[in-house]
Design a protein. Structure first.
Ligand code: NAD
Length: 450
């Protein structure tokens, strides 16, 4: 524990949690030096040796055995980015290799402290990078614990976790001993990170905010659609980057769909998964301001609304009741912004082309879900979306083999799958001119620019 500490807050009670350390600039420099030292040996290990360490690490995280621990142990532990032989002729062999970038800083938001820490560590370790993870100051504990477990298993300096205050992230982005930033968080912070990283030309992976839409066509079972849409919207009270934040329902099924959706959402009980607290006060105020904007502008609430029901009154903590706003103007904050909380607009549409244009009419492009049983039409709609992911007939599922990336202001680069590893590497092209008898041309590099 460093000299300075603070206390996190339990969002369901508003009370203090445990003491947590605040790293100083010197703590960061020591961690960076250790990570650079460790990089020399860690990056030189064979893939199989690194994967043995990773499997061991995953076994020690037993308590949290879930899909992402599996990712650490079974999937990316065995993945690699193989050399590509681009040309191999009588004269020349050209090989593109992927070499580990070096020391990675993993900067995380507060919404999934365990999963996101693993998501940052797995590709870094698999490619031979070392990593320093910085959890959000709102949720430091899980990542710090993972750091302790990592230190028992991995060589010193390979995985380190530093908790801190608002200074730590900016210190990381400017530190010359860090070679890549893998960031998950808001678009606004992502832009600051990219600007700061340009000073030292650090590589960046940015997994940012989104404004994901659900498109429900008229051929999908209406009750099932309402259930799937409700889950994708209100799980974790909407505090998921790829949660549905705009619901577009075909006008011919709108009334029936709303009957089902309203009944489902009204059944949510405070304290349960679909009606959990907002994680922190800052975020609570942000969601509340969008809620208040809808009320002040007189939008129609199908669930929630009215100052009495908007907050859960007799409960401490940062609870906001789930709310559905029907057909607000497309230009309103609730349609244009990412609330990252339990309030969502439902809008109607008539024509496929029109709905695709409305879904794409946003500066972000993280994901979208299409509910459509006509396969050809479902592909046509999905392929017209300007998003990193499009799920058809079910969302909120990430398969560890598939790249999770983004379009537009939702990010740069990507995570997961063998393709995700590429972003933790630099490429190197080796052009090897083969020895040939005098006078045959190879030694003069003839044809180099031909
Ligand atoms: P945030 O951007 O406020 O903070 C994220 C992290 O960045 C924190 O650790 C914070 O301390 C750090 N930070 C803040 N300013 C910094 C700076 N100038 N330099 C370096 N680091 C800095 O985001 P948040 O409120 O914690 O998380 C919510 C956001 O995260 C939402 O917009 C959500 O969509 C997004 N998110 C995206 C994904 C994804 O995969 N695309 C996943 C989860 C969350």
């Amino acid at each position: 524990m460093g000299a300075k500490t603070y206390y996190g807050i339990d969002p369901s009670t508003g009370k203090d949690l445990w003491e947590a350390p605040i790293a100083t600039e010197e703590d960061l420099s020591n961690a960076v030096a250790a990570a650079n030292d460790a990089f020399k040996e860690w990056s030189a290990l064979q893939q199989q040796e690194r994967s043995r360490f990773m499997k061991d690490f995953a076994d020690h995280l037993e308590k949290h055995k879930d899909a992402l621990t599996e990712l650490l142990s079974k999937e990316s532990a065995d993945w690699s980015v193989p050399d590509i032989v681009q040309k191999d002729t009588e004269d020349v062999k050209i090989v593109v290799q992927h070499t580990p970038i070096g020391v990675v800083a993993g900067i995380m938001p507060w919404n999934y402290p365990f999963q996101l820490a693993i998501l940052k560590m797995a590709p870094a370790l698999a490619t031979g990078c070392t990593i320093i993870v910085k959890p959000s100051p709102f949720t430091p504990y899980t990542a710090l614990k993972i750091g302790e477990i990592a230190a028992e298993i991995l060589p010193p300096g390979v995985v380190q976790v530093l908790g801190g205050d608002d200074n730590l992230g900016p210190w990381m982005t400017k530190h010359p001993g860090i070679h890549k930033i893998s960031f998950t968080g808001s678009t606004a912070t992502g832009k600051k990170i990219m600007a700061a990283a340009s000073e030292t030309l650090k590589r960046v992976n940015l997994e940012l905010g989104g404004n994901d839409a659900a498109v429900v066509t008229e051929d999908f079972d209406i009750a099932e659609a309402a259930q799937l849409v409700a889950t994708a919207t209100f799980a974790h009270s909407g505090q998921i980057c790829m949660a549905t934040k705009r619901i577009y329902v075909h006008e011919s099924i709108y009334d029936e769909f709303m009957k089902h959706l309203v009944a489902i959402v009204k059944s949510y009980k405070p304290g349960e998964g679909f009606y959990s607290p907002i994680q922190n006060k800052l975020q609570f105020e942000k969601v509340k301001s969008i809620y208040d904007d809808c009320e002040e502008r007189g939008f129609n609430f199908a669930v929630g609304g009215g100052s009495k029901v908007s907050m859960h009154e007799n409960r401490p903590g940062y609870f906001i009741a789930p709310a559905i706003v029907t057909n607000p103007p497309e230009s309103s904050r609730i349609v244009q912004e990412e609330p990252f909380g339990p309030i969502v607009p439902v809008l109607t549409w008539r024509d496929d082309k029109e709905v695709v244009e409305r879904v794409n009419d946003t500066p972000t492009g993280l994901g979208a879900i299409v509910y459509c049983r006509d396969e050809k039409r479902a592909w046509r709609i999905s392929e017209s979306l300007q998003t990193g992911s499009a799920w058809v007939n079910g969302g909120l599922k990430l398969d560890p083999v598939a790249l999770f990336g983004a379009h537009k202001q939702s990010g740069i680069g990507g995570e997961l799958g063998p393709l995700g590893l590429k972003y933790y590497t630099n490429t190197r092209t080796i052009t090897y001119w083969k020895d040939k008898p005098e006078g045959t041309g190879a030694k003069s590099n003839k044809g180099l620019f031909a």
